[in-house]
Design a protein around this ligand. Sequence first.
Ligand code: PMP
Length: 419
Amino acid sequence: DTHVDDKTFTKYESEVRSYCRNWPAIFDTAQGAWLTDVDGNKYLDFFAGAGALNYGHNDPDLKEALLRHLVRDGITHGLDMSTVAKGEFLQTFHDRILAPRNLDYKVQFPGPTGTNAVESALKLARKVTGRESIVSFTNAFHGMTLGSLSVTGNATKRAGAGVPLVHSTPMPFDDYFDGAVEDFGWFTRVLDDHGSGLNRPAAVIVETIQGEGGVNVARAEWLSALAELCQSREILLIVDDVQMGCGRTGEFFSFEIADIKPDIVTLSKSISGYGLPMALTLLKPEHDVWNPGEHNGTFRGNNPAFVTATTALNKYWSDDLLTRDVHRKGAIISETFAGLSEKYEGVTHRGRGMVQGLVFDEPELAGKVCALAYEDRLLAETSGPSDEVVKLLPPLTIDEDDLQRGLDILSKAVAAVAT
Ligand code: PMP
């Protein structure tokens, strides 16, 4: 029995800063794609911790591994120590992820969350190149600390800092001009022109699909052209795979479809597999110019997270089953979204794998759809600069009946608001 009820939250509402406004339920337990509230109501999760729960809630094998670790008094906090859990993770990550993809990266534990990985990537790029500025893209989202906020596109979020941020140059993301700019010719010209006023940047940071920015999908050709440009001008390419990595788009790394090898890769969210804080920065060995202690932090490398991460890699990435699953279920979502786009005016869709967005010409309709879906106990969030996109991020492991059930709820909500 729980002692927490609505009154508890009403009482503390004025005292805490939280943002549970969209979903007033008090959630208590969860399994797979389902959450249960204190009154026993069940909710289907198409949000999955903003991509932190790719394998669902409380995966039984991950839970068992975690419990085993705790029961045998395994190291929980092991800062600056070699531990069994860390060693097993590093070996598994190498064997299951890096080696089969022919990727040669050193692994850094930059801190507990995605923004820590981005900060370390930006700092490293500046240190390696001796240059300062960073190029990022329109509608990019990279985190909430000053460096990562500097390369975040959304002006509302940047304004929160109240002061000018670290210098960055915005560049139009793929299809920003609806097909009008198809390559980087203009940027290369400006870059090579000493009179243009542009300082050669240390790095370009990019999401292959902008999650918070509204499910904007970069084409593989655009990504490889970007990688080529960076390589030819000795600018480091950072792929921020915090939200799109760990299988969300089908492949483990979202950039695999473009056949590129970024200089730096950031991972977080689903890397622990269990919703535990964990982040990785992957760097090419020749770029390892860090001095000891130069990027430190108390909660880098959380051992219980290493345990669940290792188990998740062994369970889900020893074959291509999950990849095939994601492509199949992704196709089911995009078929449903294509049907809705065809049926209703002012509705379009975009996405890849199991990150799909339903885009509304009238932004407020996206919020209404999520509110109606919540009444039918489906959790889905909006994204995009005007919150005009209903963004679907179900657990990759959701079963097809549940996926269909959620899509039916969503279709019903769209039918109620769209014409
Ligand atoms: N990069 C991307 C692409 C993200 O989507 C996010 C989180 N939404 C972050 C960085 C920041 O991660 P965190 O919230 O864990 O700091």
